[in-house]
Design a protein around this ligand. Structure first.
Ligand code: SF4
Length: 367
């Protein structure tokens, strides 16, 4: 029993919140939301490498774009570096380096090989697929128009596959500046907004009707499903909260999609980032999370809302039969190294060296 005068969570939250933010509300949980299979796989790879490590485990760039995930792995011993030249040369005994889910360019792979680094590649297979398309089209002499955001790690990696044959385009307006002769193909970053990408593709096809490409299909299933789900709930609420880090492309796109549906939306790192003034008059709030944001952060957001009054929580599932999801990573897969060291077969909590077989990447997902 609470002691006399003690405040419960509602009372204590209410003490600091503006009156209009307090009261019963509906919470719509967009579904799907939160971690995708590619992110889960990348994080699990780092965890397993840490479990089996005999030396420092370096991770090039953020393994996925989420501050909490990175901090958790740092606490477990992972050392994040921006570039490989931040790793001591020669590397410490037993050191290994993990490439992030966003992929790397061939130049980075070559640098790792020159340095003799023990590399484990956590690139999402759906990013790897775009890289292989870039190589294939460059080999046939096509100019590749890569639709994406300048400076994003995934874009840097894909550009690096065929830098002399690839032109980055960020908007439909930029298509007017293109001067291309000969065959053209277009590829896209995997985490773009569906609608905006369609506009760029339409502008490109109007200018170059012979251009070929995958439509919006390079935008991965996880990005597509989460955007459609948030669009569906945004239309029914007065506020959308998107859990995700500010550098997470697919999280940023979720907030943009919600705003395009006419609903105010905020990208928040976690529950602590909610400003109670946003909640004034919001009798219904939708919550979603980018593909790199763990579900427990969503749970904390719901708890913060509950502290401001009773909530009715509803899950709004959006199914997209046209976008089949690849199967989730299995609990047993081979971590493939690009060094002379033995590969490692892991089942949860246990990794053992295995006989090297012809090099394949770990994913079992459909291409
Ligand atoms: S968002 Fe898409 S491309 Fe990125 S890791 Fe997830 S499944 Fe892979």
């Amino acid at each position: 029993m609470p002691s006399p005068g003690a405040q419960g969570p509602v009372e204590s939250a209410a003490a600091s919140a503006p009156p209009g933010a307090i009261g019963p509300r509906e919470v719509l949980l967009a579904s799907p939301r939160s971690l995708c299979a590619g992110v889960e796989r990348a994080v699990e790879i780092v965890e397993r490498v840490l479990d089996a490590a005999r030396g420092p485990v370096y991770v090039r760039k953020q393994i996925v774009h989420n501050t909490h995930v990175v901090k958790d792995l740092q606490a477990r011993g992972a050392v994040f570096v921006d570039e490989l030249d931040q790793i001591p040369d020669p590397p410490p005994a037993g050191a290994s380096v993990v490439f992030s889910a966003h992929g790397v360019s061939p130049a980075v792979r070559a640098q790792a090989a020159r340095r003799g680094l023990d590399v484990i590649d956590a690139t999402c297979p759906l990013v790897t697929k775009v890289h292989s398309e870039a190589r294939r089209h460059a080999a046939r002499g096509a100019t590749i128009v890569l639709i994406g955001h300048a400076g994003h790690e995934e874009v840097e990696g894909t550009l690096g596959e065929a830098p002399d044959r690839t032109i980055l385009v960020e908007s439909a307006e930029q298509v007017a500046d293109l001067r291309i002769d000969g065959p053209i193909t277009y590829l896209t970053q995997t985490t773009l907004a569906i609608d905006e990408t369609r506009e760029v593709i339409d502008a490109l096809l109007e200018r170059y009707p012979h251009a070929t490409g995958p439509g919006e299909q390079d935008i991965c299933y996880a990005t597509t499903n989460r955007q459609r789900a948030v669009a569906a709930v945004a239309a029914r609420t007065g506020l959308v909260l998107v859990v995700g880090s500010a550098n997470s492309s697919n999280s940023l796109r979720l907030a943009e999609v919600a705003r395009r549906a006419g609903t105010p939306a905020h990208l928040i790192e976690d529950a602590a980032a909610i400003e109670e003034s946003w909640l004034e008059g919001a009798a219904s709030v939708a919550v979603t999370a980018g593909a790199s944001a763990p579900q427990h952060l969503v749970d904390q957001v719901v708890e913060r809302l509950r502290a401001l009054g009773p909530i009715v929580s509803r899950r709004r599932k959006h199914s997209t039969p046209a976008s089949p999801a690849p199967s989730a990573p299995s609990n047993s897969f081979r971590i493939t190294r690009t060094s002379s060291k033995p590969d490692t077969t892991c089942t949860r909590g246990s990794c053992t060296p295995t006989t090297r077989t012809p090099t394949t990447s770990a994913p079992t997902w459909p291409k």
